[in-house]
Design a protein around this ligand. Structure first.
Ligand code: NDP
Length: 297
């Protein structure tokens, strides 16, 4: 049981005052436009946790020292964003199952003295997807083959999607992901080179933009996609969190599709990360509201 004293400090009911906060963070470069702190600290406050979440610029050359700093200062965990999701692995003690499968980590957790790398990006996405449709048996089209597409592709396949089409501008990256999906998951995957306007095949249930097209500051960028091939029965998702109402989100909404924006995935991966760190099931609504306040949506 916890409560706050008159100074707003978090204390155990019968325990002495505690002026030491538990620390978590996001390491990235660039990182100043990453809004994660707003949603995680809103959750900490809402649940009465005297924890902090710091947004820290870490260069690739500084990553080793930063992780040593985490060990020395007893951080409870941290998120990794561009460009550290793969590079961080060599500095950790262990990987969770899906992080090992994807070869990428976005959430590091302290378990005892060990730093364990997890990947919550795809899991967060699947949580958002389940709010709209059961992934089991779905035919899925994913644009992109980078870190986000890998995480989403693997978790959507493990959640029961039967067919996944990876549409990517660069063949090599797309083929590597298709190989991973075919070898390591039960889904059938195929690659399509994205060299013109792509038409969504009939029978597709879920369409996902997992590229960085539309991300601030290129907010007017559009996917090369035949928008008339989007139909009302489809779920259309976009990973772009900033701004959340991308061109694809607006067009899909107009066509009556069920739409998932990038904030949904961001919130849900955050909920899973905070659970790993604190053991608490945090209120996703509080986190979403904090982000909406940031983006004015
Ligand atoms: P990567 O750099 O690893 O991959 C980017 C992908 O986008 C590649 O497939 C790349 O294709 C494609 N791409 C970029 N520009 C274009 C273009 N002009 N035309 C066609 N394809 C393009 O990035 P990540 O996968 O790590 O991140 C992608 C996005 O996902 C980012 O915007 C990030 O903000 C978002 N994201 C959102 C999360 C959330 O919680 N909402 C979580 C994680 C990421 P190619 O291979 O040909 O270069």
């Amino acid at each position: 049981m916890t409560e706050k004293n008159q100074n707003g400090k978090h204390k155990l009911s019968d325990a002495p005052l505690n002026f030491k906060q538990e620390l978590t963070a996001c390491f990235g470069q660039p990182v100043s436009e990453n809004p994660t702190q707003a949603m995680i600290e809103a959750a900490y406050q809402h649940h009465g946790l005297d924890w902090r979440y710091l947004t820290i610029e870490v260069s690739p050359d500084g990553l080793r020292d930063a992780v040593n700093g985490v060990r020395a200062m007893g951080f409870r965990g941290f998120n990794c964003t561009i460009p550290h999701k793969v590079a961080v692995i060599e500095h950790l003690d262990e990987l969770g199952e899906s992080a090992a499968l994807m070869g990428a980590v976005n959430c590091v957790c302290r378990r005892g003295d060990r730093l364990v790398g997890e990947n919550t990006d795809g899991k967060g996405f699947v949580e958002s997807l389940r709010e709209q449709v059961d992934p089991t048996g779905q035919r899925v089209v994913i644009f992109g083959a980078g870190g986000a597409a890998r995480a989403i592709g693997v978790e959507v396949a493990l959640a029961g999607a039967t067919h996944i089409t990876i549409v990517n501008r660069t063949a090599e990256r797309g083929n590597v992901l298709v190989e991973l999906l075919n070898e390591k998951t039960p889904a059938d995957a195929e690659f399509v080179l994205w060299d013109g306007e792509y038409t969504i095949p009939d029978g597709t249930g879920v369409v996902i933009n997992a590229t960085s097209i539309g991300l601030y500051p290129d907010v007017d960028a559009q996917l090369a996609i035949n928008l008339d091939s989007l139909s009302a029965g489809m779920v259309v998702a976009d990973v772009i969190p900033n701004p959340p109402r991308t061109h694809l989100v607006r067009e899909a909404t107009q066509r009556g599709c069920k739409v998932i924006d990038g904030l949904g995935m961001l919130v849900n991966q955050g909920v899973i990360g905070v659970k790993y760190w604190t053991g608490i099931d945090v209120d996703a609504k509080v986190m979403r509201q904090a982000l909406e306040a940031v983006f004015g949506s």
